[in-house]
Design a protein around this ligand. Structure first.
Ligand SMILES: *[C@@H]1O[C@H](CO)[C@@H](O)[C@H](O)[C@H]1NC(C)=O
Ligand SMILES: *[C@@H]1O[C@H](CO)[C@@H](O)[C@H](O)[C@H]1NC(C)=O
Ligand SMILES: *[C@@H]1O[C@H](CO)[C@@H](O)[C@H](O)[C@H]1NC(C)=O
Ligand SMILES: *[C@@H]1O[C@H](CO)[C@@H](O)[C@H](O)[C@H]1NC(C)=O
Length: 618
C-alpha cells in the first residue's frame, strides 16, 4: 500500500518535473532572476524612503575607504587603486573649487578618449555636484558645436589628444565657456588643467558639495543619436546611473572579477554599466584606449581578465582573427553587451570556449531594458507574463514603407501577432519614467507615442523593430532616420546636411544599406547634382572626412537624375534601401569611398564582387 503510494507520488513528481522542463523550461531561471532584480528594486526604494540614497559616487568613496589599495583601473600597465582615483579626482574638484566660479548644478562638458583621467575628471566634477556631459570623441566642427550648444555647459574639459579638435572651434565657442586642457602646453585661450592639478590639494571634498542624492536629480548628459536628427543629450538621473551600475551584478559578476572595457566611455555602456558596474561590485577594470582585435586576448591573458563588455562587431572582429591553438586558454567566463547575432554567437562560443554571453537590450534614455538571463542564443531577453508584470511593453504593427506605426480608422495602434516584427514601445509611468533630452522639448516629445491603445496613454518609442517568439525577444531592425555602423548611430539628416553644404549638390538622401558579414548598415548617399554642375569626387571625399566622424562618412554614393516625386520621400528611400549598392543591377552611377586614394572611386562590378566576398574591408 505504502509502496504503491510512494511510487504514485514519485511518478507525479517526475511528471511535474517533466512538465516544468518541457513547458516552462526557464521557470527557475526566471524566478531567480526576477527575485534578484525585484530585491534590488525594493532595497533601492527603502533607501529612498529613508532618504539614504547611495549614489554611485558614494559607493565609490566607501570602497576607497574600505579597500584603498585594491586596483580600480588598470591602464596601459599602470595600476590606479581606489585611493589613487579618489585622490586625483579630489584634485580635479579642488582646482575647480579654487579657480572657477561654477556652481553646483552647472553643466561641464567632457571631451576625452578612454583614459584614467576621464574617470578622474568625471568623479572630480561629480564631487562638486556639476552635471557632466560626455561628448563623443569622434565628432568635430559643426556637430561638436551643436552638441555643446544643446547642453549649455559653463566649461569644457579636453583630453590632450583632442586639443586639436577644439582648437578648430575655439573662436566659435560662446564667450562664457572656459576651456580646460589636460596637457602641459595648451593652445591660447585654453587653461592647462594638468598644470593646475600638479599643485592642487588632495583634500577630500565635503559631502555637502556632492551631487544631490535625489533619484531624479540630473547627474549626466549622454549624447545619443535617437531615431531622428542630430545627436541629443539624454538626461541621466541618479536613479538611472544606480540602475545601470547594477547590470554587471545582475548578470552574476562579483568583486573578484576583472572587467575588460574597450567600449568608449562616452556611451552609457562603457560608463554607466562598465565603470559604474565595477564600482557597484568593488571590482577591477582593465581600461583600453581603443578596442584592438589583435591585442584583445593578449590583454585578457596578461591581466587575468574574467569578464568583458562587447558590441556585436567586437565579437565578429575577434572571430575573424587568425585561429590559434591557445584560443581557449584564458580565464574569461562572462561577456556582457548587445547586438550579437546568432551566427557570430555560435562561432564565438565554438572558438573561444564556454563563455557566458549576456545579451541585453536598452537605450541610454529608454525606460525599458531586457536581459537574456537564460542563455537562449540570439535573443535579447525574456518576455513572458512574469516579466510583463514588472515592465509594460508592446510590439505594435508598423508600416515599413511609410516608416510610421499603423493606426486603424479609429486611430488606435494594434499589437502584432507572435512571430511578426513590430515596433517596441514601453509605457511611460511613474515606475518606468522617461526623462527626455536636455534643451529642446521638441525632441523629447518626438520620442513619445500618445493615444496608442486608449486616450491619454503615453509610450516611449524605442525605434527598434523586434520579434517575439516563444517568450523570447529578438532584434529585427531599426526604424527612422538613423542606422548603426561600427557600433555607432549615424543620423542620416546630419550626414545629408553636411553633404548638402557642397556647392555642386542640390539634394542628398542618406540611408544605410546591408552588406554581407557586417553588423548594422553601411552609409549610402544618393545625390542629385545642381543643373550643369559636375561631380568632384575628391572634393566630396575631403569634405565628408573633414566634417564627419569616420563611421558616419558614407561608404557609397549614388548619383540620380532626379528624386522620384511620386509617393513620399520615405517611399523613395524604402526602394533605395532595398536596392542597396548592387552594381550589377543599379544603372545609376555608383561610387565607393577609397581611403587610400583619398577619393570616391567608381564602384565597378569587380569591386562590388570583392566587397560581397569580403575581400575589401569597409
Ligand atoms: C601637449 O604638450 C606637449 C609638451 O608639453 C606638446 O609637445 C604637445 O604639442 C602638446 N599637445 C597639444 C595638442 O597641444
Ligand atoms: C594572474 O594569475 C596568475 C595565477 O593565479 C598569477 O600568478 C598572476 O600574477 C596573475 N596576473 C596578474 C596580472 O594579476
Ligand atoms: C545569455 O545567453 C547565453 C547563450 O549561450 C548564455 O550562455 C548566457 O548564460 C545567457 N546569459 C545569462 C545572464 O544567463
Ligand atoms: C545648362 O546648360 C544648357 C546648355 O549648355 C543651357 O541651355 C541651360 O540653360 C543651362 N541651365 C542652367 C540652369 O544654367
Amino acid at each position: 500500500m505504502l509502496l504503491s503510494w510512494l511510487t504514485g507520488l514519485g511518478a507525479t513528481l517526475v511528471f511535474l518535473h517533466l512538465v516544468q522542463k518541457f513547458l516552462f523550461p526557464y521557470f527557475w531561471q526566471d524566478v531567480c532572476y526576477l527575485l534578484k532584480v525585484t530585491g534590488y528594486g525594493i532595497r533601492l526604494e527603502i533607501f529612498r524612503r529613508r532618504g539614504e540614497l547611495v549614489t554611485v559616487l558614494d559607493k565609490f568613496l566607501s570602497h576607497a575607504k574600505a579597500q584603498p589599495h585594491k586596483p580600480f583601473i588598470i591602464y596601459e600597465g599602470d595600476i590606479h587603486t581606489y585611493r589613487d582615483v579618489d585622490r586625483r579626482s579630489s584634485r580635479v574638484a579642488n582646482v575647480f573649487l579654487t579657480h572657477s566660479t561654477l556652481k553646483k548644478g552647472d553643466t561641464v562638458a567632457l571631451l576625452m578618449s578612454n583614459e584614467p583621467d576621464f574617470v578622474h575628471v568625471w568623479f572630480g566634477l561629480a564631487k562638486l555636484g556639476f552635471v557632466v556631459a560626455f561628448l563623443n570623441s569622434n565628432i568635430r566642427s559643426k556637430s561638436l558645436l551643436h552638441c555643446l550648444s544643446s547642453c549649455g555647459p559653463k566649461a569644457l574639459v579636453v583630453g590632450a589628444d583632442l586639443l586639436g579638435t577644439v582648437e578648430e572651434i575655439l573662436s566659435s565657442l560662446p564667450e562664457d565657456i572656459t576651456v580646460w586642457g589636460m596637457n602641459d602646453s595648451v593652445p591660447q585661450g585654453v587653461i592647462s588643467l594638468k598644470e593646475k592639478l600638479s599643485t592642487a590639494s588632495e583634500e577630500p571634498i565635503p559631502h555637502r558639495h556632492h551631487a544631490t542624492a535625489m533619484l531624479k536629480a540630473n547627474y549626466l548628459y549622454i549624447f545619443t543619436s535617437g531615431t531622428t536628427g542630430l545627436p541629443k543629450a539624454a538626461v541621466i538621473t541618479q536613479m538611472q546611473a544606480i540602475k545601470g551600475s547594477a547590470g554587471l551584478w545582475a548578470f552574476g559578476c562579483t568583486a573578484d572579477d576583472i572587467i575588460y572595457i574597450t567600449l568608449p566611455l562616452y556611451h552609457s555602456a562603457g560608463s554607466l554599466l562598465g565603470i559604474g558596474g565595477c564600482i557597484e561590485l568593488g571590482a577591477t577594470c582593465v581600461l583600453k584606449k581603443k578596442f584592438s582585435a589583435s591585442q584583445f586576448w593578449v590583454d585578457c591573458k596578461k591581466y587575468n581578465v574574467t569578464a568583458f563588455q562587447y558590441i556585436g562587431e567586437l565579437c565578429r572582429y575577434l572571430c575573424k582573427q587568425p585561429k590559434r591553438d591557445d584560443d581557449k586558454d584564458h580565464r574569461v567566463r562572462i561577456a556582457i553587451g548587445n547586438g550579437l547575432r546568432s551566427d557570430v554567437w555560435r562561432e564565438f562560443l565554438d572558438r573561444f570556449g564556454n563563455i557566458k554571453m549576456c545579451e541585453f537590450y536598452g537605450a541610454t534614455e529608454g525606460n525599458i531594458c531586457f536581459m537574456n538571463h537564460t542563455g537562449k542564443i540570439g535573443s535579447v531577453g525574456r518576455t513572458n507574463w512574469f516579466y510583463k508584470l514588472f515592465f509594460s511593453f508592446d510590439l505594435i504593427k508598423y508600416d515599413f514603407q511609410k516608416d510610421t506605426p499603423i493606426r486603424n480608422e479609429q486611430g488606435w495602434c494594434s499589437s502584432v501577432k507572435k512571430g511578426e516584427p513590430g515596433l517596441l514601445i514601453a509605457q511611460v509611468s511613474a515606475k518606468s519614467p522617461f526623462f527626455g533630452y536636455a534643451g529642446n522639448k521638441k525632441y523629447t516629445e518626438k520620442k513619445l507615442l500618445c493615444d496608442v491603445f486608449k486616450k491619454g496613454d503615453v509610450y516611449f518609442n524605442t525605434g527598434d523593430l523586434m520579434v517575439e517568439d516563444q517568450d523570447f525577444l529578438y532584434f529585427w531592425d531599426r526604424t527612422g532616420d538613423t542606422f548603426r555602423w561600427k557600433g555607432e548611430n549615424v543620423a542620416t539628416t546630419e550626414v545629408g546636411d553636411v553633404i548638402g553644404m557642397l556647392d555642386f549638390i542640390q539634394e542628398a538622401n542618406v540611408y544605410g544599406v546591408a552588406v554581407p558579414d557586417y553588423e548594422g548598415r553601411a552609409g549610402m548617399a544618393s545625390i542629385i547634382l545642381k543643373p550643369n554642375r559636375s561631380l568632384d569626387l575628391e572634393k566630396v571625399y575631403a569634405h565628408v572626412v573633414a566634417f564627419l566622424p569616420g563611421y558616419a562618412c558614407p561608404r557609397f554614393l549614388r548619383i540620380q537624375d532626379k528624386m522620384e516625386r511620386t509617393g513620399t520621400f520615405k517611399l523613395q528611400k524604402f526602394r533605395l534601401v532595398e536596392e542597396g549598392f548592387n552594381a550589377l543591377k543599379i544603372s545609376d552611377p555608383l561610387y565607393f569611398l577609397d581611403n587610400l586614394k583619398k577619393s570616391y572611386v567608381p564602384l565597378t562590378k569587380e569591386l562590388y564582387e570583392q566587397i560581397m566576398l569580403g575581400e575589401i574591408k569597409l
